[in-house]
Design a protein around this ligand. Sequence first.
Ligand code: SAM
Length: 499
Amino acid sequence: MYLPEAFQKKMKAILGEEYDDFLAGFEKPRHYGLRVNTAKITVEEFKELVPFHLTQIPWVENGFYYEEEDAPTRHPYYYAGLYYIQEPSAMTTASRLPVGPGERVLDLCAAPGGKATELGAKLFGEGLLVANDISASRVKALLKNIEVMGIPNSFLLNEVPAKIAEQFPAYFDKILVDAPCSGEGMFRKNPEAARVWSEEKPPECAKMQREIVKQAISMLKPGGMMIYSTCTFSPEENEQIIAWVLREFPEMQLIPMKGYEGFSEGRPDLADGNPELKKCVRIWPHHMDGEGHFVALMQKSRTPEMDDVSPEKSSAYTSEADEEPSDHDDIKKKKKKAKKGRKDQKERNEAAGCTRQERTVLESFFADVRAEVDWKRIEVRKGFAYYLPEGVEGKKNLVFVRNGLYLGEIRKDRFEPSQAFAMVLQKKEFASSIDFSAEDERVIRYLKGETVDVSDLECGKEKGWQLVCVDGYPLGWGKLVNGTLKNKYLSGWRMKVNG
Ligand SMILES: C[S@@+](CC[C@H](N)C(=O)[O-])C[C@H]1O[C@@H](n2cnc3c(N)ncnc32)[C@H](O)[C@@H]1O
């Protein structure tokens, strides 16, 4: 494969004796990965359910290699948001940022959402996920992925980091910066990246990365954690950025992250020699089954007042051991905790954000919804109903693409629930559902937008709105009339007819 000469020279200098192994790696096949969406299904349940040949990615608990011929993007479970297709090394970043329900989390360079969707899943619907990207077109993909994965409590922005920083000073418990970079680690996966690479790219990107990181630090709470990653090898964008942070922001310290035998230490010799830089992680494709990556986990010093607070009282103090769901039981505990939080916060006051008439229409639909609803968080704008996240009240002058969950549209005296609303529900949370088995050919026809005969299937109500599921996992809406399911699957999300 083509590799620019200047790149080869640089890598030879960095890798020395290992260079030939590194080069040989470019001829090996790439690896395909999927990440289980633990907000919807546990890893154990997933392994029992799916028909694919999966192999555990050894350093990511909910990550698996899959075989290309299994084509998981064609399966209905993909449409149900049970997993996200992600390059295995790219899973590392979000997996090493300890996030738990109730926290305020920011992903500053989030599109298309590979990492933001994992952070959102770890919140289990409690707390706030602010996900931003500077690119308007890429933010659209981010929105879709957040919706498919069923993350209700998000605020999606299309802004420059400095504008966000004005509104959120020292606000977030956790921040992820997956910086725009020269992409050297993705040359094998994306040969085009090698063709557009030039020697000027790394220093140019480094300039941009310093600006983004500076803004991120200003938005981090004392005691909060920031994780920085790139998919490139160049020291200017990796160790040298972190060395700069350590010099310029004495309140920031590098902290070790959960290890793996294939990880390599950061290289102080490629920056200013600070031995702390060994706490960074380099992922070399010739050492592991994944593409090139760099990850650094940092923490902002606590203020003296915070030292009076016991660890249980402050989410920012929580250690990784406490936070990482290590198995099935931990995930269940977290879900329980999130549910309790919802109950504690719930006050059934009047919805501030809608008229009495709108409320009546919504209430008639919500009579069939068995999830907790905090009416204070419902807002209707020009007939469109939203469920607002907590924590972004009064944030002004920001370009956003979505504030919270889009619930649906009020059309006179009817409510049309949205696709995104279906994706945050569990089957048991709606009064009536049509549940297809994944083998039933009607599920594909439903996903292609067809009307289907379901007279042989059981459902809670003989007519009206149905939550359409595959093996118990919601896919979207349908409306039942005389045994026929009218298709309400969002047209833009449909499976391609010839696909
Ligand atoms: C490596 S990609 C992010 C990938 C994403 N985290 C994921 O896992 O799917 C970097 C992103 O940064 C965005 N970006 C570039 N400059 C930015 C800036 N100044 N502020 C915020 N985002 C920026 C790009 O549009 C791009 O989507």
